[in-house]
Design a binder for this molecule. Sequence first.
Ligand code: S3P
Length: 177
Amino acid sequence: MKNIVLIGMSGLGKTEIGKSLARSLGWDFLDTDDLIVKEKRMTIDHIFEEYGEEYFRDLETQVIKEVSKQNNTVISTGGGAVIREENAHNLRNNGYIILLMGKIETIVQNLNKSYGLRPLLKGSYEDLNERVRALYKKREHLYLIQSDLIIGVDDKTIPEISKEIIVEINKLKSRYN
Ligand code: S3P
């Protein structure tokens, strides 16, 4: 069966939700950022600092091309994966694209709990809210046009979200079969 691909901003739990979903379905799980880190043996931070964003995006595009060849796999992507149409095209070819959405406050809260800030969100914690909002605004239209399903994550547990995704995917499948 087609893959399930999670897209959306950092801090919405794509990785944790993806793992839970894969466990429930008995599927494989892949995280594009993890694959890049393993392949390059460098942290994402380090890649951005040393080689810049375009280089990271090239690695991301390559990894996405590879993971899109899988079946029965839950794929979590980095928040900027949808910037390139080529990525969205490859992911969509063999997967249902699920956009995780949440309030800016949810994102900020979760990012505050995580270790260090993502390269594109670096800066003081006081105006993190504004930086997240600005990045989201830039990407919102891409997230929306590329998704088959939108799932809200605010005030829900990971198992609840993962159950909801399964229910909604089944509805989607029955609509097209
Ligand atoms: C990025 C999000 C990060 C990571 C990189 C770039 C982005 O992934 O891919 O720092 O452009 O939003 P997460 O969404 O898992 O934080």
